[in-house]
Design a protein around this ligand. Sequence first.
Ligand SMILES: Cc1cc2nc3c(=O)[nH]c(=O)nc-3n(C[C@H](O)[C@H](O)[C@H](O)COP(=O)(O)OP(=O)(O)OC[C@H]3O[C@@H](n4cnc5c(N)ncnc54)[C@H](O)[C@@H]3O)c2cc1C
Length: 301
Amino acid sequence: MNNKSMENINFCENINLSNYTTIKVGGCAEYFSKPINKNEFINLIKWSHLNNQECRVIGAGSNLLINNIFLRGLTICTKTMKSIKLDCNKGIVEAEAGVMLPTLSNILAKNGLKGGEWTVGIPGTVGGAICMNAGSENLSLAQNLLSVQVIDTKTLEIYEIQKKDIDFQYRFSPFQQNNLQIITAKLLFEPKGNIKQLLETTKRNLKKKTDSQPYDLPSFGSVFKNPTNNYAGKLIEELGLKGFKIGDAEISTLHGNFIVNNSSASSQDILELITVIQQKVLQKKGIFLQPEVRMIGFDYA
Ligand SMILES: Cc1cc2nc3c(=O)[nH]c(=O)nc-3n(C[C@H](O)[C@H](O)[C@H](O)COP(=O)(O)OP(=O)(O)OC[C@H]3O[C@@H](n4cnc5c(N)ncnc54)[C@H](O)[C@@H]3O)c2cc1C
């Protein structure tokens, strides 16, 4: 690993991104950086713009399939941007993009703020969760969002967007398609909750997730979005595909909508498995499963 400093910008070269995704698969980033606060994050984006370098932002890499190729330009991982400010009386929380949801969930409960107990089992960052409109059952982080501060990677403009101006849909936000990167988020939770009860609910929610999903193996959570009035996992299970493998990539035996990396799965193994599932579900059930997982470095979108 080469650690370089250029114009007060710190980054490394030729970094294996498999260490930065939860499925433990990834390509090689030409330049890679982990900013420790929002100013460093902004400076990195400015640097890539001024130097005509492609810039991609990842959070905890918990919803990413990165192709095993050389990825030109700068990859920024926000996981080290962890500042969080709470106004416990008003229930307002201001979090940098890299704050992890399990951390957020526990901080909220400890401070008597209600409404974030469900986020405990999602191993992603606040920025990634807003971009993905992450959720559980009928809850999503967007419901607690007041506003986000963003930077436009093309114009370098920094500004605030109110929640009402963001078109959130099921596991979709405009941040999946535009040039905006989330710097911080302002969220609202219900103040003055019962701390003991909140901590218990948070703990129970985590247990519910770890009991029903394969948390002990590398994965990227649900592979496909649930089709209207149906469940991707149920459709996959009904076709007897649980346990089906390509290389070291396997459809989890615990949950049909999870692919796990048994040890040395390649990005191609996983992509092939995704394609096989899509083909079989389309043939047998007439339903096209749309991936929830975001792909980087593939022609496939
Ligand atoms: C075991 C497991 C369980 C899971 N359970 C759930 C669940 O219950 N519900 C659910 O919805 N998801 C779940 N997921 C999926 C995943 O955790 C969420 O989608 C999460 O919110 C992704 O956050 P991340 O930081 O890892 O984003 P990444 O995977 O790093 O990135 C996802 C997308 O967000 C973009 N992004 C990241 N940071 C920013 C930023 N600062 N500004 C703009 N865009 C950004 C990336 O470019 C990418 O397009 C699970 C995953 C795992 C591994």
